[in-house]
Design a protein around this ligand. Sequence first.
Ligand code: CP
Length: 320
Amino acid sequence: MRNFISVKDVPNINDLVKKALAYKSDPLKHADIGKNRRIGLLFLNPSMRTRLSTQIAAQNLGMEPIVFNVGQEGWALEFEEEAIMSGSTVEHVKDAAPVMGKYFDVLCVRTFPSLKNREDDYSELFIKQFIKYSGVPVVSLESATLHPLQSLTDIITITEDLNRPNPKIVLTWAPHVKPLPQCVANSFSQWINAWGQANFVITHPEDYDLDEQFTKGAIITHNQEDALKNADFVYVKNWSTYNDYGRIYSNDPEWMLTNEKLAITNDAKVMHCLPVRRNVELSDEILDGPSSIITRQASNRVWAAQAVLAEILQSNGLAK
Ligand code: CP
């Protein structure tokens, strides 16, 4: 694994899940493999879980993590090739990334979409430019279209709670007050489809279709009640529109998951990547109730990051 940008970088999902669960059982079992290796965590956008869990994961492997909030503290970066930089950007990524590649052995980058221009966002220019110019392995901490560390965490969490083969997993859209990226939903769909061990259903209001390149293979329905029947896992997430890009068409509170709706599931576990808007995206009764596995899901972010960083160290000749 040279980089970790999407599920396509992972030769075997179950092997990576096993590796993560082994770190959960024994966090310091490879406490030295990253000794004398420095990892840069670049945030062009805010984070809590990704930032903290990746730092802890790196430290568990003996690496030295350095966080740089580029979006707030760094020079404004330009990503377009041949840009005439007479506007607000101060430094080109083709100048900044090679310098970072000299400071760090591994670069991790979080960069959200603009939600203004779909073609630009879906080209994944920002993270591709870091790969092109840094000269070191790059790990996505969430990019314009995908959130692979979150999705690996989600499969780890599902694996821990599996009580029958081929579980029914439902990704349901939920209301929100502002337009959010499609990253988590795209990525979850891509990973569950690639995993191939579930009956996967996506439910959302009309006009909230996701990009087919990620959802192909899932059953898609606009009837949330039908989708929830006999579900073993319900993943709740808002996303803005993909076709008429980055908009909110519906904020229908009827789409919020409640205990009454959960009653038709197979005693489903409820998941969400966090942060969550209480009583808009998800009700208090679900978040504070016995069906929620959301806190454990978030805690598993450490083991997902640790498995990925170990893999990156080992497959790039960086492990001690
Ligand atoms: N789920 C997730 O990525 O959380 P943060 O945005 O807080 O990192």
